[in-house]
Design a protein around this ligand. Sequence first.
Ligand code: CMP
Length: 403
Amino acid sequence: MSWKRLYQILQPETSGSAARAFRVIHHAMVLLGIAIMLFDTVAQWREAHQRILDGGFQIVCAFFIAEYLARLAVAPQAPAAPRRGWQARLTWMMSGSGLFDLLGALPGVLDIAFSPKYASLYGFVWVFKLVRYSQGLASLQRVISRARHALLSVLLAFGIVLLAAASLAYLLERNAQPELFGSIPQALWWAIVTLTTTGYGDVTPITPAGRILAGVVMVAGILVFALWAGILASGYAEELRRREFLRTWDLVAKVPFFKNVGASVIADVARLLRARDYPARAVIVRRGERGDCMYFIASGEVEVRLRPETVRLGPGEFFGEIALLTGGPRNATVVAAQPCTLLSLDIVDFRQLLGRQPELARVVSEEAERRLAAGQPPAAPTLEPIATGNQPSPTSSAPVNGS
Ligand code: CMP
């Protein structure tokens, strides 16, 4: 096996059976390692199964040491790696990912140097090895990094309330309970337990003023955490919107008509289109139904089931426009001939977009007329004119592929 191939197998985003098999073994090793670590701390289980636990632990350690060495060996294959091999390896060793993997190999090194008894206590670091494979955590990292200013402001507010609460509690309670509120650092313990709404109850104010203060601090704690949750939730929503927009942008840019238009038009279109994946044989539109959107094919193929023949449409082509233009029912059933990704355009956005993009409007109507003429029922429905509003000049004359 070449280094390049090994590098690909080790990447979390690589598809293919070898990469998938590696991921399954990797995750199984993480789970096994953690299970062994937990079992090892229960005295009767350890005594009963010492040999199995030690053997399992050594297998897991060997796997993670081998993984570390393999990642080190293939570091020069990374696209942005320095040209010299040793430099690439050093850069990887010093990177976050290299340090994480070194931590993962550490229990194995400790096992060799001392004994599995001590090494297994470090087994908890293996759970961090799953971080690389979690898209959700990567999103969380981006959300936190984007919202860091807002989060830091709330943290600062938390610090201010904490210190103020501890100082006031010290003033109000020091005479009544000198052993618990005798200094501000002592009062800080009460303040943090109260502000985080944990409430151990080991330290409580007893003076009326101290109790009022406690009530205010508890409410302040709830507000601070609500603010944090709100910032993170809106950050997540923003991140999801951004991801969806990027995916749609990518797909839109591949559709021939949109390929030749400027970035601002693609951005305009990408905001309106929704990417949807369909498995093979999924029915996308059904003859006779009301039409509420049309579709551009980004990848894959669909089958338009006309009577009596069937037409296939592929990437760059569109369908579902006739019902929107005529206001009548769908004139054919369209089924995914293979797994496909479609960009759907809602009827309201369809009218707006075609109003703004006269060239697209022309191509879509001409193709609809051609299709209607080809299907030719005795009294073919007529197309409604598209309201083009204040027409900007055409941005492109590139055709959308019709059938
Ligand atoms: P609509 O009637 O909304 O839903 C079914 C779709 O099938 C229709 O819009 C067209 O987009 C598509 N269609 C109908 N006739 C043909 C044809 N002859 N060739 C290709 N596609 C067609």
